[in-house]
Design a protein around this ligand. Structure first.
Ligand code: CUK
Ligand code: CUA
Length: 642
């Protein structure tokens, strides 16, 4: 067996080395990022073998979440989240359309940035992935038994929703911060009156421990700065939440560059345990808020929209001890907490240093009231009293930091295009490796938890230029995988990504695989239009509305020939896939239907609507190659004059 692998790897290595690597030498990828044969061996997953990690990589402007295997970089699935998906009928079929409802109406797109995996006791538990939609502020939950989006909650009083979605140690909350300051409540006001009038909500969405049901518990109305990435506390700092701010000048136009006048902006530190106390004491205001909360019920296989009407709001100025500001140089972008919970890292993107604050110093400074001022009634802690040190002259344009399990931090530098490894506590730079090019986030599996799995770091790049075959003006963005088990990082693999990967969440596959669902059990299907056997199939007319109760099984539809349909009818096809075997979906598509195909999993019911416009006999067929008789899996609908 071993020999077979070696030969294949040798061949692969040779092929890859045509692009010029120092074959035979130990791989130092500083020069061109080419792969050595040892790198190839490290990412090689033998056909039929499984990868060690799942990586959930956000799609940015494609609104979805891609699932890759690591170390191979193989793409397994693109999970539809915020965007309609014609392949799986998400957002097209009647069952999932309500998932994309918002207070603005049906919004079938969003900008998906930061996935985070649920945790128990500060460790990844592999139950759900949460991800934010930036544009029309929303948080989605993906169930890791089905790898499907099962809940989306809209965030009121928010715009941008960028400092999201981050999970606390026991998934008590998914926390979502706004990016833009906006008038709260929204109203007609001069944009010049930004200062003092615009606010940004920080939302606490609780997650029910048993079924994961989300609820918007309360919001903290922060000043109208701009906010960026965030991180909940760990260990001792559990109960706190940290996120970066910029534009603390509250400029209404960033064109005037007055948003970067301040030498230091802030990391906001929020004591959410304290917030819970204030809520209990009734120190909140109730504000009207109109927001959609869309839930997919696996038992009925249907999504429904519930409408939120109000939200509890805390004002930090009236709640002493709730919020503090930690001064942090030059437009901090990322904010990350190390696995012990002691160090809070702020990456000033206009700075060359990475600033590190100390949680224990912060607590002491608060006790001793070492404040250098205040903003909107929020104390600003004296910089020296909270600062733990900084990684000096580490690179240009630091953005984001992740941690391994050996006491090292890894920071991305957008402008100098590199990942820099440094030692927590001494802040000395240990190693640096180039990225290709302009890296944004990076990810270590479990890097947001108390227990990182420090074997690989995945860097997500904004620009690839010449790294891949050209595909017209739009070229792929990419991820790069580095081995971080040694003192020096080693670049192992480049692979293209779907959309713009902003961030990723990684988890050992063994924490997810045992839960993975193989089929939906037919007896547990409580869809209102389910058909549980061929004998029960029927066509029911109700005025101009027609319901077709249809089934699929290898390899036919029942009924397969339908007559009695008239132009002007509205025909609902409710199709139940009777299969109870793993990996046997059937598809359905109808000629001229103004929707997508359906792709129906075993035991599932899905519905599409067809409004025939023309008299004739119109075919439909199965779109998924399901058996040797797949091509025979078809039928006709006869449409008569109205
Ligand atoms: S952001 Cu994309 S590079 Cu949305 Cu986390 Cu920093
Ligand atoms: Cu069913 Cu092809």
């Amino acid at each position: 067996m071993r020999r077979v692998i070696k030969m294949t790897v040798g061949f692969l290595g040779l092929a890859l080395c045509l692009t010029g690597c120092n074959n035979g030498k130990s791989s130092d990828s500083n020069s061109g990022g080419a792969l050595s044969s040892s790198a190839a061996e490290k990412v090689y997953v033998k056909p039929g073998d499984h990868d060690e990690f799942y990586a959930f990589v956000s799609g940015g402007f494609n609104g979805q979440l891609s699932v890759y295997g690591l170390p191979s970089g193989r793409l397994f699935k693109v999970i539809p989240v915020f965007s309609q998906d014609a392949e799986k009928a998400y957002g097209y079929n009647e069952e999932t359309k309500p998932m994309l409802n918002t207070s603005f109406g049906f919004v079938p797109w969003d900008d998906a940035h930061h996935p985070d995996i649920s945790q128990t006791n500060g460790e990844l538990d592999g139950r759900w992935v949460f991800i934010n939609g930036n544009n029309t502020p929303r948080i989605a939950k993906i169930d890791l038994t089905t790898f499907e989006t099962t809940e989306i909650i809209e965030i009121p009083n928010s715009a941008g929703n960028h400092s999201s979605s981050y999970v606390t140690e026991n998934t008590e909350y998914v926390i979502a911060g706004t990016r833009f300051g906006v008038p709260v409540p929204q109203r007609d006001i001069s944009i010049k009156e930004y200062k003092g009038n615009f606010k940004g909500a920080l939302s606490f969405i609780s997650v029910a421990p048993e079924d994961g049901k989300m609820n918007l518990d309360f919001q903290i109305l922060m000043p109208g700065f701009d906010y960026d990435k965030a991180h909940p506390g760990r260990g001792d700092s559990h109960g706190w939440f940290f996120y970066t701010t910029y534009n603390t000048e509250e400029a209404n136009s960033l064109l005037e560059v007055n948003a970067s006048q301040n030498d230091k902006d802030f990391i906001a530190a929020i004591n959410w345990k304290k917030a819970e106390e204030y809520i209990k004491q009734g120190k909140f205001k109730t504000m009207p808020a109109n927001y959609a909360h869309n839930v997919f019920d696996e038992s009925t296989q249907m999504a429904t929209t519930n409408w939120g009407k109000e939200v509890k709001v805390l004002d930090p100025a009236e709640c002493p001890g709730l919020v503090y500001f930690l001064p942090t140089p030059k437009s901090p972008h990322g904010c990350d907490v190390d696995p012990t919970g002691e160090y809070i890292v702020g990456s000033g993107k206009l700075s060359a240093d990475v600033t590190v604050h100390s949680f224990s110093k912060m607590i002491k400074a608060i006790e001793e009231e070492k404040f250098s001022g205040e903003a909107y009634g929020i104390p600003i802690i004296d910089f020296e009293a909270v600062n733990a040190g900084s990684v000096k002259q580490a690179g240009l344009g630091p953005l984001h930091t992740e941690f391994d399990d050996k006491g090292y931090g890894y920071t991305t530098f957008f402008i100098s295009s590199e990942v820099v490894k440094w030692k927590v506590g001494t802040w000395e730079v240990i190693d640096r490796k180039p990225t290709f090019y302009s890296v944004g986030h990076l990810m270590i599996p479990g890097g947001n938890s108390r227990k990182p799995f420090g074997k690989y770091v995945l860097a997500m790049n904004k620009i690839t230029k010449d790294r891949y075959l050209p595909t017209g003006p739009e070229v792929t963005q990419s991820a790069q995988l580095y081995d971080i088990t040694g003192e020096k990082m080693e670049l192992l693999l480049d692979f293209p990504t779907v959309g713009e990967p902003h961030y990723a969440a990684g988890i050992p596959a063994d924490l997810v695989k045992p839960r993975s669902k193989k089929i939906f059990k037919l007896e547990e299907n409580h869809h209102p239009y389910v058909t549980k056997s061929e004998a029960d199939t029927k066509v029911v007319r109700d005025g101009k509305t027609v319901h077709v109760y249809m089934t699929t099984i290898r390899s036919h539809f029942a009924p397969d020939n339908i007559e009695g349909i008239k132009v002007g009818d509205k025909v609902y096809f409710h199709i139940t896939n009777l299969e109870q075997d793993y990996d046997v979906p059937h598809g359905v598509s109808m000629i001229g239907a103004n929707t997508s195909e359906l792709l129906i999993m075993p035991g599932q019911t899905e519905t599409f609507v067809w409004e025939p416009k023309q008299v004739g006999v119109w075919p439909f067929y199965c779109t998924d190659f399901c058996s040797a008789l797949h091509q025979e899996m078809q039928g006709y609908v006869r449409v008569s004059p109205a």
